[in-house]
Design a protein around this ligand. Sequence first.
Ligand code: ZN
Length: 360
Amino acid sequence: MNTTRLLPGLIPGVVLLALLAQAGSAADAPPPGMFVAPARAITQVKGDVYRASNGGWYVGILDTPDGLLLVDTLNVPFAKWLKDELAKKFPGKVVKYVILSHSHWDHTEGGKVFADTALFLAQEGFLRNMDGRYPALPGDITDRNNDGYLDVAEFENPARERPRYCGAGGNSVTSKDKDGDGRASPAEFFADTPRPDIVYSDRMTLRFGGKTIELVFPGRNHANDGTAVLFTDERVLFTVDFPADALVQDSMRSLPSACGPFDGHPMDEWIKSYRTLEALDFDISVGGHGSALFTKRDLAEGRGFMEYLKHEVETAMSKGLSLAQMKQSIRLEPYKDWRHYEQLRVANIEAAWFNLKTYK
Ligand SMILES: [Zn+2]
């Protein structure tokens, strides 16, 4: 997304600002009057597959004779806008299914707006994340004080440590704090997220309105409950936050934000996840972020980066190099033209080192 356009006058930041724009919050909020609402539009991807945008965030839409299917709903205000727009664009049709791409709040809140007509589908890990324990969250947001609650500091400290790339605004917590204790219990946190009606483990095929839709769990990567949606009739793959994270704009040649040890999942799982998607039968890959239409080749390049990074850091570790030495010597030369290379080269080395030490 173009954050400079959305938040004029601010640094061209990325994840944090994007999350702030999404949540309408908080720590680095622009001066009054500076906030510009995210641009919203419905555009065709191919055939009966569409996307609806909220700034740099997208949801998927499938139009069938029997009704509509969505992938994600983002947040309550957007979902209300979307429901009105769908009624105009597809008169007489209602949303029958909502596939929840993963349980992160910035993609799946607002589902209740469609709960009068829709069934909700997700990977089974989604229910585990909603079962009352501290959920898996993006941006190195973890239960640092082990109290089982989502605290403002747990959202804001990763943003202080890695400004613009990790963490999120504290308003993401306080806006959900209904009992006024300054923090969010897991139940409070998921109050606007629908509970899935149907879950699957590895793959599920949905036949709806003459269409065949495959739900695929690629493995653990950005999330531990992700679903890639393959619209088989259009040969369009819709994925969210993996492989295109919130930093991706018009090109997949973008270094990962690399928060924590790569979101708490082994690098081999990330690589396996890429391969799972690459093995699917599709021509176009789009999703929750990225304005362009991507191809299988873009996915392979993303995997190539992860494999190269892992190899470089593994080799350095086997030679006994310290982390400080690695940060100097590993240049990731083939990727020097990728977006965020200057800002994120060192962070990626550190995340890989942390990951490979943690998940042996
Ligand atoms: Zn996410």
